[in-house]
Design a protein. Structure first.
Length: 312
């Protein structure tokens, strides 16, 4: 009897360890689309035109991250000006998913930088960290642009999903970010994982998430509670435009609403009917552009008044 009990416990332990190991691997190394595939799919989906992409002046960039790998980006300049926006894509994709925004910002006099996240596109990095290291990579791009354009650069961020969470995280600590547009970000990564686990298994296996988080902390130095865009959001002075599709089945709409409520000061909320996850622009491009331009215009006017007062 004791032998069978021991054997059963051993089998349960082995199965549990295998499940935890599999979950760690799936989380940190999700299947991602290749750089070339994201380009082809973007054209097939009608997100951008191949001829327009090749005809648009651009500069390919590689800079060093602060964590030992190369970061890849694509810079689309305008003739002159101090305004620049960094656009960060969602998980499993690449910077080609952000090209649809280039024209919209260039018309407003913005240089545009599209960047590949770590473990995506042509950037280095052995795994994704859901914003923990990605925010530092955005910091590296901000430092690069501040040096290239000048200390008085007007720097904005736009992110989708993972890119939005990363943009919110760096916006909370870098005063050089003049504004942030967060499109379908999660508010708290651990809460999102718990929700997904409950939806997929119908069970509240929260201890499993805690164990995986602990193991990642031991091996990589960060844990799930470290990734929480909503945490401390009320302290940031950075103007934020929150965007979310009302039909998003991947990240709950409520997460964006919660962050909007938490944010104090300059903030806007744009909820897009019939839009799924990261589909707000594709669903209503004209409405999206109008909301973004309206948001930025107000911030520019305030910045111009402040600059005029300083020069008096």
């Amino acid at each position: 009897m004791l032998q069978w009990l021991f054997l059963s416990l051993l089998i349960v332990t082995i199965v549990s360890l295998l499940a935890i190991g599999l979950l760690c691997r799936l989380l940190l190394s999700p299947k991602r689309f290749s750089y070339e595939t994201t380009y082809k799919l973007g054209i097939e989906k009608g997100e951008f035109d191949d001829q327009l992409f090749h005809a648009t002046p651009k500069e390919e960039l590689f800079i060093d991250s602060y964590h030992g790998y190369k970061l890849h980006g694509m810079f689309f300049p305008v003739t002159k000006g101090k305004k620049v926006i960094i656009i960060a894509h969602g998980i499993t994709w690449s910077l080609f998913g952000s090209f649809k925004y280039v024209k919209m910002f260039q018309k407003r006099g913005f240089h545009v930088l599209l960047c590949d996240h770590r473990y995506h596109g042509l950037s280095g990095g052995n795994y994704t960290s859901y914003g923990y290291f990605e925010k530092d990579d955005l910091q590296a791009w901000i430092d690069y642009l501040a040096e290239r354009i000048g200390d008085n650069a007007f720097i904005g961020l736009l992110g989708e999903s993972l890119g939005a969470a990363s943009a919110l995280e760096i916006s909370k600590r870098d005063h050089r970010v003049s504004f942030c547009i967060a499109d379908c970000s999660f508010s708290d990564f651990q809460s999102l994982l718990r929700l997904k686990l409950k939806m997929n298994t119908k069970l509240k296996l929260y201890p499993l998430i805690n164990i995986v988080s602990f193991l990642i902390k031991l091996r990589h130095g960060w844990s799930f509670p470290d990734i929480s865009p909503i945490k401390g959001l009320e302290k940031t002075k950075t103007p934020i435009l929150f965007i979310h599709g009302k039909e998003d089945s991947f990240i709950p709409l409520q997460m964006t609403i919660d962050m909007f409520k938490r944010k104090i000061g300059n903030k806007k909320l744009y909820l897009v009917p019939r839009a799924g996850h990261a589909e707000a622009y594709n669903t209503d491009p004209r409405g999206y552009e109008n909301k973004v331009i309206e948001f930025i215009k107000d911030i520019e006017e305030v910045c111009n008044r402040d600059h005029a007062n300083l020069t008096l």
